[in-house]
Design a protein around this ligand. Structure first.
Ligand code: ZN
Length: 208
């Protein structure tokens, strides 16, 4: 049974108009889908990519999920959002994302926002906004070293659009921050990895 979880900031981007803010009532299904996206994000972290995962859900509750593969597959377009859109398009043969909901662990880049807009997605749920990470304290993420501030972002794309999209932010935000913290620690040689992971890495080195 779907349970109400709490209110999160929601924004409706109307066609070419002024965005309207409203409180979105999140439910346990929203959390479940975002948790799946976070599981995907953890895979991309393991594979050396930015920890970003994305999930698409249609009105029947069918689910598609993917993670960032940019570095792992050497593809500039290998962002989680575009990977999951690719999966959906190929699997269903349907081009448009009309009526679908996307759950993504990090705010989409301008390129992915454009794909989301072009696809006519219905609703977008974001765990962690780019500005939240860029403004993180230096002792946590080295200031904006991990993610730089951008003057051009998703909001301009959506404000300029002839389509309507609902965006909800902050769903499972702390879990997404935790993954970025792991990414930052790894990139900077800050050791806080569990024993299991250490031994697995040791095993790989021994057999490589
Ligand atoms: Zn992107």
């Amino acid at each position: 049974m779907t349970r109400v979880i709490g209110e999160l900031p929601g924004i409706i981007y109307p066609p070419g108009g002024i965005a309207t803010e409203f409180p979105y009532t999140a439910n346990s299904d929203d959390v479940m889908y975002m948790e799946l996206a976070l599981e995907e994000a953890a895979i991309s972290l393991e594979q050396g990519d930015m920890p970003v995962g994305a999930v698409l859900v249609n009105s029947d509750g069918d689910v598609w999920s993917a993670h960032a593969t940019e570095k792992n597959t050497n593809r500039i377009s290998g962002h989680a959002e575009r990977n999951v859109i690719d999966k959906y398009n190929i699997d269903t043969g349907i081009l448009a994302l009309t009526g679908l909901q996307m759950y993504v662990t990090f705010e989409p880049c301008v390129g992915c926002a454009h794909a989301i807009d072009q696809g006519e997605l219905g609703a977008l749920f974001i765990a962690l906004e780019r500005s939240k990470l860029a403004e993180a304290p230096a002792e946590k993420f080295g200031g904006s070293q991990l993610i730089r501030h951008r003057n051009i972002n998703m909001r301009q794309v959506l404000t300029d659009s002839p389509r309507t999209l609902m965006v909800v932010t902050g769903l499972e935000q702390e879990a997404s921050i935790e993954l970025f913290q792991k990414k930052y620690n790894r990139d900077h040689g800050i050791v806080s990895v569990p024993l299991l992971r250490r031994s697995r890495r040791g095993h790989q080195n021994a057999t490589d």
